[in-house]
Design a protein around this ligand. Structure first.
Ligand code: FAD
Length: 387
């Protein structure tokens, strides 16, 4: 077992750190206005060679691994102090592009992956519906065959990157078979008649880019856009594990932001004539934060390093890492806020955005209880646990 990064990975890490720093100091504005120059950020990331990290070279990607992705996203988010820097790699390597990689149709991969890895189009993933989030296997969106097309009807919400993204990997019911066996995935282009993209409701955190709605009304989509039809839910979930990995990295980065900000604060702030960091309860808090972050990094890097074909994280490792992160990041960021005293709850210090983002991201990619269900199912494959 080797915990050292290769020279190439160290170079990627340094490049991502530099790009992250380049965008530092902007998130307060993006958070307040709930808007960001996302497309400009994507151009910076493309020019730095940080898009399409896990996509094979034959499609214009970097042909790298999920670990490359983890290293890059952590540095981008932690150094920019903004989750949005991670969204460029996400929409060009994350679960949406992973779904496209899973497509049976070579011409579909050829059509969509090159513009995606070039940052010309972004691919979001659309599973959640107003009445179905955790119970994805009950989703109501339908895809019904009609000659060379499928007619898609349904309503998706909380879709990160809608309405900005140009492509949506939409999970739909392809068959009347109830449960997971009827569910498949189809790629829907923004601009297709019958595909309406809305901004959706305002969020507590993870602001600056909408998590919007995708409303599909008799939307005709060519058959070759089907990634997988009914009966392949398990394979589709291997693509979705990239989402879980992304959220693990996200928790790691947000906790990292809180740590960096808290350390900077308590080293400068004085109380009772001493630097605050000199109080034992304070440096113990800092050590606890550091410990949680390092544990999260180990889980995240393990989930990335054990990925099938280097790019599809395994369900157990990705779920463990995401679960730990969802529980750790809200706590660590809250400790960071506490260590800032009253300053922590003003809008002047980045630690509060990290806390709001960590709380907001807790259920993204699966609520903790649902991840525990997935982990238990892996640990006890001979049993069936009722949901
Ligand atoms: C930051 C963020 C980004 C997101 N981005 C996307 C995206 O890009 N695409 C997308 O499709 N979705 C996205 N989502 C939606 C997300 O996947 C869902 O919010 C999540 O799956 C939970 O679904 P829900 O909100 O409907 O909650 P529900 O499923 O209604 O859950 C409500 C509560 O019930 C509990 N619960 C549910 N089932 C069980 C069970 N079996 N056992 C125990 N407890 C249970 C949950 O823990 C939760 O506390 C995003 C969400 C967030 C917060």
């Amino acid at each position: 077992m080797n915990f050292d990064l290769s020279p190439e990975q160290l170079a990627l890490q340094e490049k991502a750190r530099e790009v992250g720093l380049q965008w530092r100091g902007q998130y307060e504005k993006w958070d307040a206005e709930d808007e960001s120059p996302y497309k400009d950020i994507v151009v910076t990331l493309r020019d730095a060679g940080l898009l399409g990290l896990t996509i094979p070279k034959q499609y214009g990607g970097k042909g790298g691994t999920a670990l490359d992705y983890a290293i890059v996203v952590e540095q981008l988010v932690r150094n920019s102090r903004s989750w949005i820097l991670g969204e460029g790699p996400f929409s060009t390597t994350g679960p949406g592009p992973s779904m496209i990689l899973l497509s049976n149709e070579e011409r579909t991969r050829q059509k969509y992956l090159p513009p995606i890895v070039n940052g010309d189009i972004g691919c979001a993933i659309a599973l959640t519906e107003p009445d179905h989030g955790s119970d994805l296997t009950d989703l109501e969106t339908t895809a019904v065959v009609d000659g060379d097309h499928f007619i898609v009807n349904g309503h998706k919400r909380f879709i990160t990157g809608s309405p900005h993204n140009e492509l949506y990997a939409v999970f739909a019911r392809f068959d009347d078979i109830p449960g997971a066996r009827g569910v498949g995935c189809i790629l829907v282009e923004a601009g297709t008649p019958g595909c309406e993209l809305l901004r959706g409701v305002e969020w507590l955190g993870c602001r600056g880019m909408p998590h919007g709605e995708v409303i599909l009304t008799d939307c005709r989509v060519p058959k070759e856009n089907v990634v997988r039809g009914a009966g392949h839910f398990r394979e589709l979930m291997t693509g979705f594990n990239m989402e879980r990995l992304h959220n693990s990295i996200f928790s790691l980065s947000l906790a990292g932001i809180a740590y960096d900000e808290a350390v900077a604060y308590v080293e400068k702030r004085q109380c009772f004539g001493k630097d605050v960091i000199q109080y034992q309860s304070v440096y113990h808090d800092i050590v606890d934060m550091y410990l949680a972050i390092e544990a999260q990094r180990l889980l995240t890097w393990r989930a990335a390093s054990t990925a099938d074909q280097g790019v599809f994280p395994k369900v157990l490792d990705a779920s463990l890492s995401k679960l730990f992160g969802s529980q750790m990041a809200p706590q660590v960021t809250l400790t960071g806020v506490k260590l800032h005293g009253g300053d922590g709850v003003t809008m002047d210090f980045p630690v509060q955005t990290a806390m709001r983002d960590a709380v907001s991201a807790m259920v993204a990619g699966g609520a903790p209880a649902v991840l525990k269900n997935a982990i238990a199912a892996q640990l006890f494959p001979h049993r069936r646990f009722p949901q």
